[in-house]
Design a protein around this ligand. Structure first.
Ligand SMILES: Nc1ncnc2c1ncn2[C@@H]1O[C@H](COP(=O)(O)OP(=O)(O)OP(=O)(O)O)[C@@H](O)[C@H]1O
Ligand SMILES: [Mg+2]
Length: 467
């Protein structure tokens, strides 16, 4: 590939190393098309299809390249096959374009509408116009009666309006902005963790002048890690409530777009949106997926996303004043170390399963407003070691279900009692064991920096040795 732009060379090299990496091949093939290297792109996709003949993405790419090369019939036959599969917005879109160019307005319209139903961001005014033009011409040729002509013109207009509206909807759709009604009172136990969050993010937000007067830098984020169900997400939401801030939660799928090039822009838009709604807690759930090690070749397209994320965290382009950044992960060991530098996620907090006192307090939070008799929550807490907050929630739900069943039989609603909770606890084993089995390995073999000291302490492992 002599004409390859230099910045694409590393991608090609990466593909040589892992030729079966479909997302990478797709990305590179698309890039070649944008540089007009249509033949090269077609070859790249054809090579890929030999390895993975059923791949939707590669077939689509191959069809695009063929269309560019003027092999329209070939492109069309691939696309007609593809559009029979679910979720093929782009294939519908390309087929609509080809059909419109051939003057098959009605079929073009059908595929176009399918395309934007699947993916509103595909809406495109030019295509609408060309299709609307064809449809109008056809109608004028067909109908000699005025009424039907007016009707068809209305139809064309209505279609245009509908499609343009859909196009507008395809623009950036921010994640849902919440105003949490819960605060730290709704979080049982975790006093140490709450204190740290207060000091690190809430006080600086509320008393920003004071912090500045002492020359204390404001910024950076907190990374919460620990076994599933122990309240990381719950705590992040409560932090927003405690700071009287808005709350914006993002999962990996909100940011990573299947079209790699758009992810950076989305990430930027999300930070901008948070700044606009400051004070705001911006929460990245499952951050390890977004911030996975940059050395991983399979993610080579994702490297830009990681860099963009780091820039936004650093507030390179815009100040992050008033934006508190929290993130959570079950797998801190997969996080790129660049994320842990000062000013980024420089506070890493282990969120353990609740201890006995915390379990009693979690239970009382969970039982608030429920019909209860005299309850000995301490006894229940004692009998639920290692249970996560989510496990305790399951215990309460199970106990209430049992009560409901009883009430329906007897016709008398009875309050929840200690024995109901104990029985439900017996049926709810702890869900945190697997996580600790994995974490133990990291504590024993990958804790040189002391990053997992808190987990070691929890597991009763002393530094550099076994229990
Ligand atoms: N400390 C707590 N106080 C009150 N409720 C809690 C607490 N910890 C957990 N819960 C309850 O358990 C549920 C699960 O917790 P949450 O989803 O926050 O866990 P998580 O650590 O984010 O889990 P995952 O790692 O699976 O995302 C919450 O909806 C909440 O009802
Ligand atoms: Mg969570």
């Amino acid at each position: 590939m002599d004409r390859l732009p230099p910045h694409l060379r590393p991608l090609l090299d990466a593909l040589d190393v892992s030729p079966d990496n479909v997302p990478l091949r797709k990305h590179l093939g698309e890039q070649l098309l944008t540089f007009g290297l249509n033949e090269e792109s077609a070859k790249l996709f054809a090579d890929g299809l030999r390895l993975a003949p059923a791949s939707d993405a590669l077939q689509l790419g191959f069809a695009k390249a063929n269309e560019r090369l003027g092999q329209v019939a070939k492109a069309k036959s691939i696309l007609e096959e593809l559009v029979r599969r679910p979720g093929q917005g782009e294939a519908h879109f390309l087929l609509a374009q080809i059909l419109a160019a051939e003057g098959a307005g009605e079929r073009a319209k059908q595929h176009y509408e399918k395309a934007i139903t699947i993916d509103p961001s595909l809406a495109n005014a030019e295509v609408v116009e060309s299709m609307a033009g064809i449809l109008k011409e056809l109608d004028e040729e067909d109908g000699d009666d005025n009424a039907s002509e007016e009707e068809s013109e209305d139809d064309v207009d209505a279609m245009g309006r509908r499609l343009v509206r859909a196009g507008q909807q395809g623009e950036f759709q921010p994640p849902k902005l919440e105003r949490p009604t819960i605060d730290f009172r709704s979080v049982g136990g975790m006093e140490g963790v709450k204190d740290e969050i207060r000091m690190k993010v809430i006080h600086p937000l509320v008393n920003s002048e004071l912090f500045k007067a002492y020359g204390k830098a404001i910024g950076g984020g907190i990374l919460l890690y620990g076994p599933p169900g122990c309240g990381k997400t719950h705590l992040a939401r409560a932090t927003a409530g405690e700071a009287k801030a808005t709350f914006l939660a993002l999962g990996i799928h909100d940011v990573l777009d299947m079209w790699l090039g758009q992810s950076e822009q989305r990430l930027h838009q999300v930070f901008a949106y948070a700044r606009k709604n400051a004070p705001c807690v911006l929460f990245f759930d499952e951050v390890d997926a977004l911030a996975a090690s940059r050395h991983d070749l399979r993610q080579s397209g994702g490297r830009n996303v990681v860099n963009q994320f780091l820039n936004e965290l650093d507030g390179v382009t815009h100040s992050n004043d008033g934006v508190l950044i929290l993130a959570a992960t079950n797998a801190p060991w997969h996080l790129d170390s660049a994320f842990r530098r000062p000013g980024r996620f420089d506070r890493i907090i282990f969120v353990p399963p609740p201890d006995e006192a915390a379990r009693a307090s979690v239970l009382s939070v969970l039982l608030e407003g429920k019909p209860v008799g005299a309850l000995d929550l301490k006894a229940v807490a004692k009998r639920t070691p290692e249970r996560s907050g989510a496990d305790l929630k399951a215990v309460v739900d199970r106990a209430i279900e049992g009560k409901l069943r009883e009430a329906m039989k007897t016709g008398r609603p009875l309050p929840l009692e200690t024995k109901d909770l104990l029985a439900a606890a017996n049926d709810t084993p702890p869900s945190t064991k697997e996580w600790f089995a994995t974490a133990r390995n990291y504590v024993l073999h990958a804790n040189e920096s002391g990053a997992y000291d808190d987990v070691a302490k929890y597991l009763g492992i002393s530094r550099g040795g076994a229990r």
